[in-house]
Design a protein around this ligand. Structure first.
Ligand SMILES: Nc1nc2c(ncn2[C@@H]2O[C@H](COP(=O)(O)OP(=O)(O)O)[C@@H](O)[C@H]2O)c(=O)[nH]1
Ligand SMILES: [Mg+2]
Length: 220
């Protein structure tokens, strides 16, 4: 990258950081826990959100911001669960930015408990953009391969939580669960690791409990 391009990128990230810090402060003041989901396309972000919604809806107020380069499909899937969802269509951009979240901030109900943000599917650009979340979760699905944490380090080093999804496919794949977990933890020992199958509805209770205990900590 040329020096001028680096300077422009640094300025962009700097202004994103300020907007994100402002969003985080306002959300935390209201006692709202925001969670940013990062993953490759198809790792199971929306499916996990559907399973989480089924558990949270009777007891908590949750909402979802969906980021995609095209279509309203994911927001429709979330709304079908009776959960409010806003779709941000980036029109080609490979990640969400804090200013996009800021634009819908006024529509976020003040009495919300949890705000989930599903980022645009890829493990590269979303890792560089803070959206004002309190928790960042990277989702790795078994068909992607157990070597991905070290190939896409930033998504893993900037996250608080790692969800290894599609565990139901393990019998059919050369995916070494312990290897993937070890490589991720070597880069980021603070990662909380969850093993799930959104399809078979397993491991979701533990993930939901992590979000709820983080919500309790935020409100203390
Ligand atoms: N076998 C299996 N398939 C899953 C699982 N979670 C999601 N899928 C499937 O993977 C595909 C992509 O899921 P989706 O939630 O749309 O992924 P997203 O692009 O990350 O939001 C869909 O066909 C899902 O049914 C899982 O745990 N196991
Ligand atoms: Mg999705």
């Amino acid at each position: 990258m040329k020096k001028k391009e680096i300077l422009v990128l640094e300025e962009l990230l700097g202004s994103n950081k300020k907007i994100a810090a402002d969003i985080r402060e306002k959300l935390e003041e209201k006692g709202i826990l925001a969670i940013n989901f990062l993953s490759s396309p198809g790792a199971g972000k929306t499916s996990l959100l559907e399973r989480i919604a089924e558990r949270l809806k009777p007891h908590y107020k949750m909402a979802v911001i969906e980021g995609d380069i095209e279509t309203e499909r994911d927001a429709e899937r979330i709304r079908a669960k009776g959960i409010p969802a806003w779709q941000i269509i980036t029109g080609g951009a490979c990640h969400l930015e804090a200013k996009m979240v800021g634009k819908i901030f006024s529509e976020i109900p003040a009495d919300l408990d949890l705000l989930f943000i599903e980022n645009v599917g890829n493990l590269v650009c979303p890792a560089s953009y803070d959206l004002g979340e309190s928790i960042r979760c990277v989702i790795l699905s078994t068909p992607e391969g157990d070597d991905k944490p070290k190939k896409y380090p930033k998504a893993f080093t900037t996250s608080d939580c790692l969800v290894i999804n599609k565990i139901d496919l393990i019998p059919f794949l050369p995916f070494d669960l312990e290897y993937a977990r070890k490589e991720a933890l070597e880069m980021n020992p603070k990662l909380k690791v969850f093993i799930t199958s959104a399809l078979k509805d397993s491991g979701i209770d533990e993930l939901v409990e992590y979000f709820l205990s983080s919500l309790r900590n935020l409100r203390q």
